[in-house]
Each structure stands twice: as C-alpha cells, then as structure tokens.
Design a protein around this ligand. Sequence first.
Ligand code: 6LW
Length: 500
Amino acid sequence: MTYKNPVIRGYHPDPSICRANGKYFLVTSSFQFFPGVTLFESDDLVNWRQIGYCLTRESQLPLDNTGSSGGIYAPTIRFNGGRFYMVTTNVGHERGGNFYVWTDDIYGEWSEPVFVEQGGIDPSLYFENGRAYFMSNGTDTDGRNVILQCEIDIVTGKKLSESKPLWHGTGGRYLEAPHMYKIGKYYYLMAAEGGTEYGHMITYARSDNLWGPFVPYAGNPVITNRNLGGYELQGIGHGDLLQDEKGNWWIYALGFRQIHKWMTYHHLGRETCLIPVTFNEDAWFTAGDGTALLTVETNRIAQTVVQQFQNEFTFANTRWNREWQFMRSHRKENYFFGEDCLKIKSSGDTLDVPAGNPAFIGLHQKEFNMDLSVKVKTLDGEAGVTVYMDENHHYDLALIKSNDAYKVILRLNIGDIKHERASVSVAHNEARLLIRSDAINYSFGCAIDGKETILGTAQTKYLSSEVAGGFTGVILGLYSQGGGMLLFNEFTDFMCKYLV
Ligand code: 6LW
C-alpha cells in the first residue's frame, strides 16, 4: 500500500507514540492553546483520529500570561503496567516545569500533574523491572549539550538518583527529544539535533547498559531531509520509535511542508510523519533511505488499508472539546456552544494582545487548499474569522458594528504593520465570511444576500514560521472582540473544506 506524509496534518509536532490494547496512541505538543497535549488513536498506523487531550483542566495546564509558542512543549506517552503516562514541559509559567500525568482510561480524564525535579525540555520515561527512569535534555558542567537521566519513584515523581549525563549527541546544536528503548540486548538512546528547522535530524546511540557508555550509530544522522534541495518536506526530526503489532519498526517524527519546492516558507506548522525502520544483522537500525518522503510505498501495511483524511469540518461533525482549542485561559461565560451554532462574547482582550486571552476558539489549518465559510451575526463590537499564527501575524476577516452602521473588514497584521486592507459597508448585522486559500495566497470575501464581494488577498508566507518564528502553525479562529462585552456575537453554518 502507499501512504502520504504527513500522516497527521496541521500543526501537531513533537509526536510520541505507544502501543496498547491492540491500538496505537500518539500525542503532540500544544503550546499556548487549551486543552493541551493533543491525543490521537489509530488501528493501522496511517489513519489517525483525534480522541481528545491529556490536559483538560487548568490545574493540569495553567497558561495565563504564557507567551506565544510558550506553554506545552514536547510530550512523551508510554504504557506500563496497564497505565498510560504522559510526560511533558510547561514552559514559561510559574507553575510550569517537567511533569507527568497518568490514566488507566485513555478515553477519560488524566491525573493531576506529578512534577519531577529535573530541568531541561523534551522529557521521556523508560520503565524496566518495576523501576522508572526520567530523562530530558540539559547541559553538563562544561556547558555541553547532554541527555540527562535519573531514576524516579513513579508514584510521587521523587528523584531516587542523581541526574546523570548519558550522551552528548553527535555535535549537532540543540540536542533534544531523547527516548530510551531496550531492544534485544541493547539499550538504544535516540535524540534530535540541529534544531527544529531545516537542519533537523535524528541521531542515536546504543549501549549494553542503561547508564551507558553509549556508542553512536556510525551512519548518524539516521534520518534528515537537510540535504534534500527542492523538496517540499523538510525539518524531519524529533522522533519516537515504535514496534507495531506485526513486529515491524517505525519512527514517527515531525516535519513541515514548504509552500513550494523552491519557497522555503511553511505556515501550517510542523506535522507528524511516518518513516519505516529496519534493523540490520548487527542490531543497528536505518530509517527509510535516510530521508522522509511525501509518498511511501510499503508492504508492511495491508493493501486493504486505505489512508483517508477528514477534509470537511463543521459544527455538527466536530466536538468543542476535541478538534477546537482556546488560546490560553478562557472564561466559560463568554461562550455558548450549540449543535450548529456558536456564540462568543468579547473578553476585553483583542487578538493583538501579547499573552492575551481573546474570546477565540479555533481549528488547526490542515492543508494549503482550503475553502472556509461561516455566517456571522454581530451584536457587539466585531465577530470574525482570524487566520492566526501569533499576536503579530494574523489576517482578520470580520463584521464590525460601529455606532449603528455595519461593515465587513479585512485587516492584515504582519509584524509591525497593522493595515485595514479593505472594507465593505453592509446594510444589516449579518454576513457570510469567506476565506479561500492555496499554498501561496489567502483570498478573503463576504456574501451579503447571496452576492459575493472579494475584499482582497494576502500571502501565506507572511504568516509562516520563517517570518513569525515560534513553534506553532496557523489556527483558523472564530472570535469576538471590541464593543461593550455585553452581547454575544453569533456564528452559524460553519464549513471548512480542504481540497486535496
Ligand atoms: C520541542 C523541542 C524543539 O520541545 O522545539 O526545536 C520544542 N525542538 O524538541 C517545541 O516543539
């Protein structure tokens, strides 16, 4: 069969995976969006369904005052003794740091956080003979990048050993994303180096002892796309190793899609890719041909398996606590969730407020080619759709009430430039907002009484990670802002269709 990468689309980076109860479960990082640590399941490795989040309570995930691309960094999910554990880092919050939660029901709630007193990011857990080991990246006494490991009491999170250096990597910058595996007689320590952009790579080493010394694979990096010029899929790194039900090995890793083979911009964020892994007779493994490809032919997955992506999202076929996410903290009283309608009342923060809590709920944009439409009824301030990367990089299409007049506006926010690109007066307080996109441009318009008006276009690259920075990707947000924060603005008949 043939599958296409990414296997999970839209910004879902830093994947970690485990196998349990005949299924596969995968988690990805979520940064300043709430709920946090997106959770997926699959039966066949290539078709993934989001089943919710690991962090669904403020007590697990405080995000107030967390900057864009702060919050939840890379997670790790592991299954041990019939219990799921998810360990991650909350970056930039006074109640942050490295912590894990656990559950005995993957479809239910997770525990309160258990913190571990070891620093760094990209924590991982390894279990053996009833003992638990915690690792993360860090620096040694000489300031060199290193992977650190300690033994912990998995009930309390208390350290039972000092944090000891395991491996300094192969010399690439930003040594991170460590994971430990016992396969046969060896311990394998896999990590990412090079940084999560175009130099990203996965490296590994092995030892016959859990504490090393670790001998690096002679063929490192085992996978990278840094040498693939003119190839849309880039940034491959930050992976987790999986043995499937049939005994085959795979790596799930992050990667991103450039908007064109020669245009090094990506605005959908880092996504999750799948690469086949093969062990040789000397117990070293290789991954793919050393690169990750957009299309992969494999006989390891049954021909009967057909990879399918959900390409239509409406209020009726999504769940507010599943595909949708708030930005940082939200006040429940500002939202009303109906079967086929959403009402939002301004929070007082606008989309431009750094570390703000705008009245916003959004979906990750999953494909370049998109056709989005939603009907808005503005009773207070403005109600609209924002194509949002961060507080300084977003395009807003909204119906604004100003005194007793109404207009649809297109506002472009690119770094220091905040520009009302176009506006059209409308006779009353309802309009259908329309956004179409391809890899290069967004096009914005509105329909009043069935008559469409185009307000303008804006390039995708100005919302890209290369321009905005950060670790997320574009979120398509429905929002209210301005006005007297008294009345709810209404959204109905929402449709986001991807044209793949
Ligand atoms: C992630 C780390 C990284 O924790 O970025 O650049 C962080 N690499 O592995 C956020 O994705």
